[in-house]
Ligand binder design. Sequence first.
Ligand SMILES: [Zn+2]
Ligand SMILES: [Zn+2]
Length: 240
Amino acid sequence: MLEVDLHAHSHFSLCGNHSVLEMLQRAGDNGMLGLAITDHGPALNGRLNSTFFDRLHDPIPGIRLLKGVEANILDKKANTDFPGKFLPFCDIVLAGIHEQCLSGVAEREYTDLLIKTMNVNPYVDIITHPDNYGQYIDYQKLAAAARDRGVALELNNSKTALKRLPAERTRALITACKETGCRMVVCSDAHAVNEVGDDRAVAPLLQQAEFPEELLITAHAQSVFDFIRERRVSKLQAQR
Ligand SMILES: [Zn+2]
Ligand SMILES: [Zn+2]
């Protein structure tokens, strides 16, 4: 079980099954210390709203509500649907390719597109499910670029559990991060309360790869909170 889960969807995503409160309640019941609600950007029908970002603060005692978005990469220029007005309230910003939201880019261009996403959107903290993007991703190149920019690559538990990712690609991603020194986050990508904090599908893959704990941000709650703090400083510097 993760101590802090950085990727979960509520009712504010069309595909989410439960409310923010229900997801948090389960995280608390699981003994977790934090849960990020990262609903989809508007291109994937996410209903991001200012009340959530601006006015809802830790509604369940003892469990830290982290606020975020899973933004969609939209085009060749690496524009995203992240609503910038929420940035001051965001603890964490994820970005990923959901192919129904992306136009005019061939799979062969995905590696460069993901690197460009980090370059032109300094608010992006995590690239979600990089092992979900076709057969042409150059994981070594992507991991080195993420490392240099302080961005983390995600190991997505629910897609692995649902067998939506070819295992060899997930292994290639883990190996590339280990070899290049790129940090990873394990996230549940929960769409229902029963998935909150779950890391059981990917934990054995990390063990088999002997993935170094110091590169795994989600190994401890403290390293997650340190990552959020570190990223906030670099985001503010990038905005100047
Ligand atoms: Zn996603
Ligand atoms: Zn997601």
